[in-house]
Design a protein around this ligand. Structure first.
Ligand SMILES: Nc1ncnc2c1ncn2[C@@H]1O[C@H](COP(=O)(O)OP(=O)(O)O)[C@@H](O)[C@H]1O
Ligand SMILES: [Mg+2]
Length: 296
């Protein structure tokens, strides 16, 4: 990948960062309700019945250059947490900082440091991959002359063949569309890349292309990656550390090895523990049962 891609003017220059921050992301005791949570009904002792505590007192820290995975079943609160980090939702309690910048106090500065890629990415389906990317680049104020070669290069590295660049997106598989979404997320050279289920619903080949690319981003550019997944192998292979989320709470947080050791020791079978065993032991559920359908 050319160095030019990472010198586009919209990304905050290193000097703009508060300090040489070693910490990319700090989440402190964050709570998010949907419906009538107690913060909106301060007089009520209990939240209304229909309210959902999607994020329930979550705290975690992600270091610069880390690939951090949030592993959980459908409905466990993963996307809500990603939306809170990316300023799309406001927490009911707690605090989030990105490279030392508070998401509520300086939304604009945070937006320059991050990009979010989600499974429900929206595109102009009649336009081609290249056109969608250039449109995205314009929105961010990137010069087209720089954005075009950069966009094409990212697509190539993601394994999308050049002859497909000018085909309407509606003719492409979900896997290919997801690659275009990732390429768009990278155009602004984010320092913190938020990937919400980047490989969900992808065929094995596309899955591997995306996983390889995430590792390459970190290796070559030191990008910090915060990703959500319900794929245990993916979390195991790709992530430096994993937080397991269940009903809005973090039930464990460690390296894949550390998690397996913890559960292995508890079960008296250290060394033979899989991530699946870890997940079952900590959440009491199997991910296979409730993730057969695509997330909404
Ligand atoms: N906009 C919303 N309005 C109401 N409830 C929501 C909304 N978004 C998410 N939820 C609820 O919050 C919980 C967590 O959802 P979500 O963060 O999407 O989980 P995940 O991404 O892990 O599948 C679920 O119970 C979901 O139904
Ligand atoms: Mg989700």
């Amino acid at each position: 990948m050319s160095a030019a891609l990472f010198e586009v003017p919209v990304a905050a220059p290193e000097a703009d960062l508060p300090r040489a921050e070693e910490t990319a992301l700090v989440i402190e005791d964050v709570v998010k309700y949907f419906g009538d949570g107690p913060s909106r009904r301060p007089w009520a002792k209990q939240p209304a019945k229909e309210s959902v505590k999607a994020v329930d007192h979550i705290s975690l820290t992600v270091q610069r250059g880390e690939i951090f995975g949030l592993l959980g079943a459908n409905g466990s609160g993963k996307s809500t947490l990603i939306r809170l980090i990316s300023t799309l939702l406001i927490p009911d309690a707690g605090k989030i900082t990105v490279f030392g910048v508070d998401v509520q106090q300086d939304e604009k500065a945070v937006k320059r440091l991050i990009n979010r890629v989600s499974v429900e990415a929206s595109f102009f389906k009649k336009l081609s991959a290249a056109e969608n990317l250039l449109y995205g680049a314009r929105l961010y104020g990137l010069p087209v002359g720089e954005a075009r070669p950069a966009a094409l290069q990212i697509l190539q590295q993601l394994g999308l063949s050049e002859k497909r660049f000018n085909e309407p997106l509606e003719h492409m598989s979900r896997g290919m569309q997801q690659k275009v979404a990732i390429a768009r997320g990278l155009l602004t050279s984010p320092r913190l890349l938020l990937l919400d289920e980047p490989t969900t619903g992808l065929d094995p080949r596309s899955k591997k292309d995306v996983q390889d690319f995430v590792q390459r981003m970190r290796r070559e550019h030191g990008t910090t990656v915060f990703l959500t997944t319900h794929d245990m192998d993916e979390a195991d292979r790709l992530c430096d550390r994993i937080a397991i989320i269940n009903s809005g709470r973090i039930v464990a947080l460690d390296t894949p090895h550390g998690l397996k050791q913890l559960i292995g020791a508890r079960n008296g079978q250290a060394g033979q523990t899989s991530m699946e065993d870890v997940f079952m032991a900590l959440t009491g559920r199997s991910l296979d049962d409730d993730n057969l359908e695509e997330p909404e």
